[in-house]
Design a protein around this ligand. Structure first.
Ligand code: ATP
Ligand code: PRP
Ligand code: NIO
Length: 514
């Protein structure tokens, strides 16, 4: 794509045609500046092939906000819209509408509340709430969903990989397999969700993180093709990077050639006063080979070296590898924890492509419209109770029990504050027979989840650093019951409605004859 086209495709036209069609209709009706509120939420946790996840990790907000602050209808965007024709050949978008977009077609009147990046989030809870003139709030639907859905999906996958990897480091290796440039967003989300570092150089630079990496089979193959040996290749690498020497040992034969050659080179480095970093295994039975290699490295006095494992890994294979390592280590009278602690998982394809579940189904629904200065709640009727939206202006809260563990999320109307209520009733979002009551003394903390991010287009929130987002994620995951954290068959975390919100929903449904 040439740079001019790229700006057009990634600017304000990074939306669906129907948003623009509706925008013109609102303009024609004279309701385009009527204030509207849309909630963004998802209905179920991703299912990565091991049953639904127990939670998600929110991500993508900073990039969305940056985008919203940058884009507007450039003259060439308007010229393109001017060139669009209806079936009868008439101009699709009228001049007065285009002139309006030219003057007001930006997000400077939009206010945004959102759950910060790195936080644990749950189905049906508004992750972001957009309030602003109907026309621009409508156009925002597609780009907001695009950015928040993907990064949240990948951050969640990374959190699951983090969960099973325990003390081992996780490196994100997915750039070559990601969905083209979207892989950059995937890298960022993976770092928020659980990867410790990435091999993606550009993104590491953008985020202020050191990129990490080893070497590929190609380097050893080059030496072999030139009539040299694997040992020559390793020596050349060690000479180039004496203090960063991490060798891929499976090009020829892992245990017969790769590991012994690496040990020879490590001994040479040690003799010169350098500390070798480790080896990488990229094929075969990674648990068996990791323990065998650890045994050989220990015997040669390199117990501190790392062992990187890669090859189509995901949370399930890592889980299996960790458990097999316990057995393999036992067989060699080795300390399994010590082996696991020196492991580094390089995870690419299955992380950035979210293997098992290719998309997060986040939606953006109109929940209120202002008329004559008064907000009127809106609801979307659906055949399935699960698909009915929660109407009105809202806030979301997290309730922590006596142990400080998150026990439920509660969605209330905007003017409700459960912190002021002696007892809190939690209603199931669709089943009227299911509710429970909590008293304040049963809780240690009631936390509002949404923060104000944009007020009339102005940033009013201190965007946290990547480190801060990761600390947030670690603290939030720690406050989940272990049952909710499980990577398969997790406990269902309760997301409830306040009685006032429940009543409003019922009122609207009845008014619509449901
Ligand atoms: N101990 C293990 N437990 C669970 N999965 C593993 C284990 N070791 C490797 N795997 C996974 O098994 C899959 C295939 O391993 P396999 O042994 O066929 O790799 P390979 O020999 O490198 O084959 P290929 O050359 O086709 O990549 C990979 O996804 C790898 O991550
Ligand atoms: O398996 P992933 O989780 O996607 O991790 C990234 C993979 O990319 C590389 O393989 P590739 O076959 O592309 O090149 P190589 O010659 O370096 O092995 C690397 O060896 C990993 O196996
Ligand atoms: O540095 C590595 O080992 C690496 C980087 C990208 C993909 N696979 C491996």
């Amino acid at each position: 794509m040439n740079p001019a086209n790229q700006r057009t495709a990634e600017g304000i036209l990074f939306t669906d045609q129907y948003q623009l069609s509706m925008a013109q209709l609102y303009f024609r009706q004279g309701i385009h500046e009527q204030m509207a509120q849309f909630d963004h939420f998802y209905r179920r946790n991703p299912n990565y092939g091991l049953h639904e996840a127990g939670y998600c990790i929110s991500a993508g907000l900073e990039w969305l906000v940056n985008w919203m602050q940058e884009v507007y209808f450039h003259p060439e965007d308007l010229a393109y819209l001017r060139s669009q024709r209806t079936r009868s050949g008439a101009q699709m978008f009228d001049e007065d509408f285009l002139a309006y977009l030219g003057e007001y077609g930006n997000f400077s009147q939009i206010s945004l509340h959102a759950i910060p990046e790195g936080r644990v989030v749950h189905p049906n809870v508004p992750l972001s709430i957009v309030r602003g003139p109907l026309l621009m709030a409508q156009i925002l639907e597609t780009p907001l969903l695009n950015q928040l859905n993907y990064q949240t999906l990948i951050a969640t996958k990374a959190a699951r990989i983090r969960e099973v990897s325990r003390a081992a480091l996780v490196l994100e290796f997915g750039l070559r397999r990601g969905q083209e440039r979207g892989a950059n967003a995937g890298t960022r989300a993976a770092l928020i969700g659980g990867a410790d570092f990435t091999s993606n150089v550009g993104l590491s630079h953008v985020l202020g993180y050191p990129p990490k990496g080893t070497h590929a089979h190609a380097m050893v193959q080059v030496f072999l093709a030139m009539g040299h040996s694997e040992l020559d290749a390793f020596r050349a690498y060690a000479e180039c990077y004496p203090d960063d020497c991490l060798l891929l040992v499976d090009t020829v034969n892992t245990l017969e050639s790769g590991v012994p050659n690496a040990i020879r080179v490590f001994e040479e480095l040690r003799a010169q006063g350098h500390t070798p970093v480790g080896i990488r295994l990229d094929s075969g039975d990674l648990a068996y080979l990791a323990v065998q290699a650890a045994h050989m490295l220990d015997a040669a006095g390199f117990a501190q070296t790392s062992i990187v494992l890669s090859n189509d890994l995901d949370e399930l294979s890592i889980w299996q590898i960790q458990s097999q390592i316990v057995d393999e280590a036992h067989r060699h009278a080795m300390d399994a924890d010590a082996v696991i602690k020196r492991l580094i998982y390089g995870v690419g394809t299955r992380l950035v492509t979210s293997h098992g579940e290719g998309a997060l189904g986040g939606v953006y629904k109109l929940v209120a419209l202002q008329k004559d200065q008064v907000w009127h709640p809106a609801i979307k009727i659906a055949d399935s109770p699960n698909k009915m939206t929660n109407p009105g202006l809202k806030q979301a809260w997290r309730l922590y029990d006596q142990r400080g563990q998150a026990t439920a999320d509660l969605i209330t109307l905007e003017d409700e504050d459960p912190r002021q209520q002696p007892q809190i009733t939690l209603r199931h979002h669709s089943d009227h027979s299911r509710h429970r009551t909590l008293h304040q003394h049963e809780l240690t903390w009631i936390e509002p989840l949404l923060v104000e991010v944009l007020r009339n287009g102005q940033l009013v929130y201190d965007l946290p650093s990547l480190d801060a987002m990761r600390q947030t994620r670690i603290a939030d995951v720690d406050r989940l019951d272990t049952g909710v954290r499980r990577i398969m068959n997790p406990h269902i975390y309760h997301v409830s409605l306040s009685p006032a919100l429940w009543d409003l929903k019922q009122e609207l449904l009845q008014a619509m004859g449901k």
